[in-house]
Design a protein around this ligand. Structure first.
Ligand code: JCE
Length: 229
């Protein structure tokens, strides 16, 4: 998978090298390229923002650098890319979204800052690829970078060969619509706290039933929104 990221803070993405995705990048499964939006400006001050038409607080990202950046990263594309803009006004990014995007050959991420990007950029981007405005959750970040880091990690670990044990992917939270069961390791008694005895019983059927029950109890307690009525 090829990933292009456009941002005015490209060094934020240096952290991708040291996460588990570093391995995926080395093996060639993931080919990530980060671009500085200011490289697509032409004025002395490398301006990327301006005041909003109609007035209002803050600044808006100008369309021209975005147009040139999107042209450049989609120029010799192998396939029609999916172009993602994180936005608090976007659709919710979920595990299902990550699964869907993990099979795309080319993803482009546009990181906004300030109060957002001139709306015409999204319309123009739709000529170059399939545009998705995606929100990590119902809170406001200062820009798209942290959201893109989370999305690249969630998508990247689903690419076959990136996570060592494929079973660990199906058993985890959100893949089966329930929260994970609790996990324990040695010692069996720690600071007067025991590991649930069923896990030491060697009865695989009883272990599986207990874990499923724990998933349901936790989901009802913590995330009732995930359960059907
Ligand atoms: C962003 C901002 C709108 C005021 C570009 C915030 C996504 N789930 C999310 N939370 N926040 C974001 C996000 C993504 C991109 C941008 N801002 C800040 N946005 C109104 C300020 C700018």
């Amino acid at each position: 998978m090829r990933i292009d990221v456009v941002s005015i803070f490209p060094t934020i993405f240096d952290a991708l090298e040291v996460s588990l995705l570093g391995k995926a990048r080395q093996s060639g499964l993931l080919d990530v390229h980060v671009h500085d939006l200011r490289a697509f400006t032409h004025d002395r001050h490398r301006t990327v923002d301006d005041t909003p038409y109609g007035g209002g607080a803050g600044m808006v990202m100008k369309p021209e650098p975005w147009g040139e950046a999107l042209d450049a990263v989609t120029r010799d594309a192998v396939a029609r890319p999916v172009i993602v803009f994180p936005s608090p006004a976007g659709e919710r990014f979920t595990q299902a979204t990550a699964r869907e995007l993990s099979v795309a050959p080319h993803l482009v991420f546009g990181c906004g800052r300030y109060e957002g990007i001139d709306e015409r950029v999204f319309d123009y981007a739709a000529e170059l690829g399939d545009v998705r405005l995606l929100s990590l959750g119902d809170y406001v970040l200062n820009g798209g970078e942290v959201a893109v880091m989370a999305m690249v990690e969630a998508i990247g670990r689903l690419i076959p060969g990136v996570v060592g044990n494929p079973e660990s992917l199906v058993e985890e939270s959100h893949e089966d619509g329930l929260l994970e069961y609790p996990s324990f390791t040695k010692p069996a008694l720690w600071r007067e706290r025991e590991v649930p005895p069923v896990l030491l019983s060697g009865n695989h059927g009883a272990v599986a039933a207990w874990r499923r029950e724990q998933q349901l109890v936790r989901t009802r307690e913590r995330r009732p929104d995930l359960l059907p009525d």
